[in-house]
Design a protein around this ligand. Structure first.
Ligand code: DC
Length: 227
């Protein structure tokens, strides 16, 4: 069957990864959460006190980072491993979220991550979500979806997710973190978040997860030639 690349980009906390994972499962495709790579790199930088303004230090640190996605046979999720350690849960911590946008704005970090994303995508049959997947990583992707939602709805969703792990997180902290990330992600010099001209916009403010998945599945089947 004709395998395609599906690029899902959009603002933070729009539910991109959740939808991308479900879509990949329905199509029997591989799901790659590109944000997890930037988060894992950030975790490494935090742990090793890397001064991100020092180019040499960043370059040296990247040489010591080995990232892999491995299938968890129980959850059937593709989880991220860094240097032999499963960091899939650790990277969702607010401490990582607070630093990740600055790290993801660095040229060397982006080159490092994008090269690996392209290697993974070369096999086709993948759904990858992020900020620059349709615009930079796979400009030739057969299907590009750009996800957006009302900012306050995004704050509420993210708060619920974070409070499940840490009840002390406040709505103000989450609102500030999202606003800062939106700002850095969309204004950085290299590969800023942009809606590709050929992307289909999916505003899910008033859609249930099933409704948005149905839409994405219809678009994917059209591109694959299943309709
Ligand atoms: O999707 P996420 O929230 O896990 O992404 C974490 C951060 O990584 C986000 O602030 C922006 C950055 N990112 C990026 O710059 N490019 C990508 N392709 C994916 C994520």
């Amino acid at each position: 069957m004709n395998k395609i690349v599906i690029a899902i980009d959009g603002w933070s906390s729009c539910g991109k990864s959740t939808m991308a994972r479900q879509l990949a499962r329905l199509l029997n495709y591989i799901f790659i959460d590109s944000g997890a790579m930037y988060r894992a790199i950030t975790l490494f930088f935090i742990r090793n006190h890397i001064a991100i303004e020092k180019v040499d230090e960043v370059e040296k640190a990247l040489q010591d980072i080995h990232l892999e996605f491995k299938l968890n046979s129980t959850t059937l999720n593709n989880e991220i491993w860094m240097n032999g350690e499963n960091v899939d849960t650790l990277i969702r911590d607010i401490k990582v979220a607070e630093r990740v946008s600055e790290v993801a704005a660095l040229a060397q970090v982006r080159d490092f991550a994008v090269a690996q994303q392209r290697l993974i995508g070369a096999q086709k049959g993948i759904v990858m979500d992020g900020r620059d997947i349709g615009s930079v990583v796979f400009p030739e992707a057969e299907l590009k979806i750009f996800m957006t939602a009302d900012p306050e709805i995004r704050v509420t969703r993210r708060l619920k997710e974070l409070q499940a792990k840490d009840p002390s997180i406040t709505v103000e902290e989450v609102r500030k973190n999202l606003a800062t990330r939106d700002h850095i992600d969309s204004t950085r010099a290299i590969s800023p978040l942009r809606q590709p001209e050929d992307a289909i916009v999916l505003d899910n403010s008033n859609l249930t997860p099933d409704q948005q998945l149905d839409l994405a599945l219809t678009w994917a089947k059209e591109r694959i030639g299943l309709h």
